[in-house]
Design a protein around this ligand. Sequence first.
Ligand code: EPZ
Length: 416
Amino acid sequence: MDKLLIQGGTPLKGEVAISGAKNAALPILCASLLSAEPLTLANVPHLNDISTMLRLLAQMGVEVTLDGADGLVLDSRALHNPVAPYDMVKTMRASILVLGPLLARFGEAKVSLPGGCAIGARPVDQHIKGLRAMGAEIRVEEGYVIARGKLKGARIVTDMVTVTGTENLMMAAVLAEGETVIENAAREPEVVDLANCLSAMGARISGAGSDVIRIHGVERLSGATHSIMPDRIETGTYLCAAAATGGQVRLTRTSSSYLDVVVDKLLDAGCEIDTERDAIVLRAPQRLKAVSLRTAPYPAFPTDMQAQFMAINCVAEGSAVIRETIFENRFMHAVELIRLGADIRIDANNAVVTGAPRLNGATVMATDLRASASLVIAGLAAQGETLIERIYHLDRGYERIEEKLSRLGASVRRVH
Ligand code: EPZ
């Protein structure tokens, strides 16, 4: 398995371009199932999760054609196999996002239940509850969700805010008969990007970005062209890496408009930040001030940035409290950060982090995607050499990370 070898202690300086958003691209790839005409996408990130989703769609019969450096054309006209098998779904939970579109377009779907994952059980009961409300007959047998039926509009109130739950139900509703109202809907920008793509395909959606989304079903959807929004979590991750190393970076092809709370926390930590139309510049102080945070659904502090902020708090001045309210087990990076010399005390879903004057490199192990990112940030800030194992987690969500970090002056290389 690949490892990442980092010589820490160098402030990051320079400019990198941010890629398209993984968590917008994944549902939008599934939207191609909703139309018999081709969906042309631009700014698609080159990530393992994207490749996994494309393999899943291709084995269903979707024709995938590369279109330039970061473009794709997806054509589901010849789809013949509305099945998402376990061996593909087990590697990526987001595969559940094919359930709504398959049901909407073909009236049937057989999708393996995604297993849990390192950060939590992550059930899909809300996805199933909403589809049943729309008239689907759904059985769960031998680890598969087996669904069939013609969907009708319904009023759905999810028990909690669920991002992919909202996305699955929105995609199911665009071809259902009548109006669907999703209340307690997720407000994440990636939900809005999906809604924009669906609207370009002819869907009738209003309220995306708010907690009430209304969808009027239509007979069929057409093809469309859509460019994936920038990845706000990749953006936040590089901002944290620059902050933790006392550096100065300019990130292009992105914006701060979906990162208000994250930018506010970086300002509280003592960074200077300038925002341009499609770029963001960060200048770090000599030493950061510790910042406390509490994760919650958008527009509050994103859980996908929690691990990265734990890393910068490990080298900041003072103590901070980090509260994780979304997932039940999303502090696994803490024990690895402690191996680098961090002072972290975990109490249920609270972590108290007391900044150390410096961290010292060591061998650490990645456990999940964003935990890996926090280990990279800590390794860049630490003195000496850090070896990060199991970086396949990292490759799921960060495009060419060692190349982009090297361009910012980091001493990092992939070792096999
Ligand atoms: C999406 O996951 C993201 N993934 C996650 O990003 C992100 O952490 C999460 O939203 C929260 O923002 C994608 O968009 C592909 P949820 P999702 O449904 O949709 C519970 C990353 O690092 N829940 O919003 O799976 C669930 O257990 C990944 O890129 C139910 O109980 O998350 C969790 O506690 C990690 N039943 C909470 O709700 C359900 O039916 C929020 O989960 C659905 C969710």
